[in-house]
Write a protein that binds this ligand. Structure first.
Ligand code: NAP
Length: 290
């Protein structure tokens, strides 16, 4: 078994992104800019946002953090998105999920101009992804493909099973694997014979959010296992620890390659957000012929 580590790959990728940001600033006299919208007090969201802002600072991407209380009205946030859409100094916009219950998350995200949709969640972006056209694809899915390519240069003909069909991870990663010539099986909460089908896979990607879901019964000897899940479990010492969907102790001895949690997919997600923001900024400048 060999580990697939996200941190070193993210660090190398971020060095290249930083070089491109320096060139962008030299040419346009202003940095690529990412606006991050937060509504409410979700503790995990605060940590994710802090990571994104920190990473952006490291590579020279400017951030604008816009925080709203839980009681904010959806119309108020939609108006802010419209202002950011019209602002040519802002190149990327994300709305941190989850949103408070009185928000219709999909409808709000749909307000983001597709060229600034750096989380890859609008219908326009996902339509491009469906067709296999170039687009700002969802960050976690991009990160997973990059991690896989470190151990499988050519994915052609490999059977990949994806657990989870969310618009943010499961479905986009399924499509990207299909475009990479894999045979893809996409599974969900209503799927039958999940362990049996996983055992036939060369690659198992779990994006469910259920600790210890993937046990040794799911994995063929030598298969590659990508654990996207993030859950928080209490420790005997009264603290919390992060765990994935995969029972690492059981699965690691059987797997050919496996990502740990933390330190696997997570660092690549933030890294791909930086890449999408820079790509968006370059695309917008090109569109304006600058
Ligand atoms: N590392 C990272 O950077 C990163 C980024 C994003 C998300 N995550 C983590 O990844 C996990 C998934 O995120 P998400 O946003 O995609 O979650 P989500 O929207 O809750 O989707 C979970 C998916 O899992 C499916 N599912 C539930 N039980 C299942 C089972 N027993 N077998 C197979 N599929 C099952 C659900 O099926 P139905 O569609 O039928 O309900 C659903 O499609 C979470 O733990 C999240 O925190 C990590």
């Amino acid at each position: 078994m060999a580990l697939i580590l996200g941190k070193p790959l993210a660090e190398t990728t971020l060095i290249a992104i930083k070089e491109r940001v320096v060139a962008f600033v030299a040419r346009h006299k202003a940095p690529p800019t990412l606006a991050l919208i937060r509504v409410g007090e979700d503790a995990a969201s605060a940590v994710y946002l802090k990571n994104k802002v920190c990473c952006a600072e490291k590579v020279g991407i400017r951030t604008q953090l816009l925080s709203y209380p839980t009681t904010a009205l959806p119309e108020e946030v939609a108006r802010q998105i419209a202002v950011l859409n019209a602002d040519s100094t802002v190149h990327g916009i994300i709305v941190q999920l989850p949103l408070p219950h009185h928000f219709a998350a999909e409808a709000l995200i749909e307000q983001i101009a597709p060229e600034k949709d750096v989380d890859g969640l609008t219908t326009t972006t996902q339509g491009h992804l469906f067709r296999g056209a170039p687009c700002l694809a969802p960050c976690t899915a991009q990160g997973i493909l990059q991690l896989l390519r470190t151990v499988h240069r050519d994915l052609t003909g490999m059977h990949a099973v994806v657990l989870g069909r969310s618009l943010i991870v499961g479905r986009p990663v399924g499509l990207m694997l299909l475009h990479a010539q894999c045979t893809v099986t996409l599974m969900h909460s209503r799927s039958r014979r999940v362990p049996d089908l996983c055992r036939q896979a060369d690659i198992v990607i779990s994006a469910v959010g259920q600790p210890h879901l993937v046990t040794k019964n799911f994995i063929k000897e030598g298969a590659t296992v990508i654990d996207v899940g993030i859950s928080r479990l209490p420790t005997p010492e009264g603290t919390m620890r992060l765990v994935g969907d995969v029972d690492f102790e059981e699965v690691a001895p059987i797997a050919g390659f496996i990502t740990p949690v933390p330190g696997g997919v997570g660092p690549m997600t933030v890294c791909c957000l930086m890449k999408n923001t820079l790509d968006a900024a370059e695309n917008q400048r090109k569109e304006h012929g600058i």
